[in-house]
Design a protein around this ligand. Structure first.
Ligand code: PBG
Ligand code: ZN
Length: 324
């Protein structure tokens, strides 16, 4: 009945046939490129643990953004490094803060690029936590007010989408209410809904200068052992008004991507994080992996698992490879 009537190799014989039966597309228009913006002029400081990624001053950020758009990548995700940090992370919602200035410049110079901003206090607080610290722990409800102010200030400065990554409870509802109050009813929220307390964020914390000075983020980010909870997190954020949900990291959490997509049917972003990037870059630099093949395989797998869009530091390279 089966063999030899069905021979699976029949449909693998030529590149043309393989294209016809492929089940997953990977195109540059599904990619989002993260960028780190810092004060100063002509700054382009490579992040040691993330070769090819830089802290950029606004003039260089604009040039980079132009290239990103020309490569067919539709969106960037912006992270700011403020001049000064304080307990309350006040640089986060300063009208003349680094992100606010970067947004104004990018909107003017690269209008066809979608600007997504990371909404979280950890780059702006002196202690490096994602919220206001009170009695040695991050105070959830005090933090909500700050996040809502931050999101509104980003929208005012030109953000097209705001992306809260702090993992406080109720933040999507708080941000939605404030955006609506201020007239930003059409600004979507991409919620980092299912974000795990992962060891793969290490390189990013160097890039964004956001390593916590004490403790870790386990009292707010998710326990890596939980999967049902990741679905609940996504469903709760949807109830609060999230337009796009997220799973982060991506490769060690492909099962979560699959489940969240199946159970929510919402637009889903996967964040292929800094540690995932660093691993492939290091192996490629050592000559142990073919970078192009390995990166495209990783990104395709994230799409196959159910991600509609992928936030990745490989976006520029991938866009070039996918054009050929
Ligand atoms: C800030 C934030 C982090 C990342 C995105 N937004 C770091 C963290 O939560 O410690 C990680 C991104 C990456 O590793 O590429 N909350
Ligand atoms: Zn944070």
């Amino acid at each position: 009945m089966y063999f030899p009537a069905y021979r699976m190799r029949r449909l693998r014989q030529t590149p043309q046939i393989r294209e016809l039966v492929r089940e997953t597309d990977l195109l540059a228009d599904r990619l989002i490129y993260p960028l780190f913006v810092t004060h100063g002029q002509d700054v382009k400081e490579e992040v040691a643990s993330m070769p090819g990624c830089y802290q950029l001053s606004i003039n260089n950020l604009v040039e980079e953004a132009r290239q990103v758009r020309e490569l067919g990548i539709p969106a960037v995700l912006l992270f700011g490094i403020p001049a000064e940090k304080d307990e309350a992370g006040s640089g986060a919602y300063d009208e003349e803060g680094i992100i606010q200035m970067a947004l104004a410049a990018l909107k003017e110079e690269v209008p066809q690029l979608t600007l997504i901003t990371d909404v979280c206090l950890c780059e702006y607080t002196s202690h490096g936590h994602c919220g206001i610290v009170h009695d040695g722990d991050v105070d959830n409800d005090l933090t909500l007010e700050m996040l809502a102010r931050m999101a509104v200030s980003h929208a005012e400065a030109g953000a097209d989408i705001v992306a809260p990554s702090d993992m406080m409870d109720g933040r999507v509802a708080a941000i939605r209410a404030s955006l609506d109050n201020e007239g930003f009813t059409n600004t979507p929220i991409m919620s980092y809904s299912s974000k795990f307390a992962s060891s793969y964020y290490g390189p990013f914390r160097n890039a964004a200068e956001s390593t916590p000075e004490f403790g870790d983020r386990r009292s707010y980010q998710m326990d890596i052992r939980n999967s049902d909870e990741a679905v609940r997190e996504a469903l709760l954020d949807i109830e609060e008004g999230a337009d796009i949900v997220m799973v982060k990291p991506a490769l060690p959490f492909l099962d979560i991507i699959y489940r969240v997509k199946q159970e929510t049917k919402f637009p889903l972003a996967a964040y292929n994080v800094s540690g995932e990037y660093a691993m492939l870059k290091a192996a490629a630099a050592a000559g142990w992996l073919d970078e192009k093949e390995a990166v495209l395989e990783a990104l395709t797998s994230i799409r196959r698992a159910g991600a509609d869009m992928i936030i990745t530091y490989h976006a520029k390279d991938a866009a070039v490879w996918l054009r050929q």
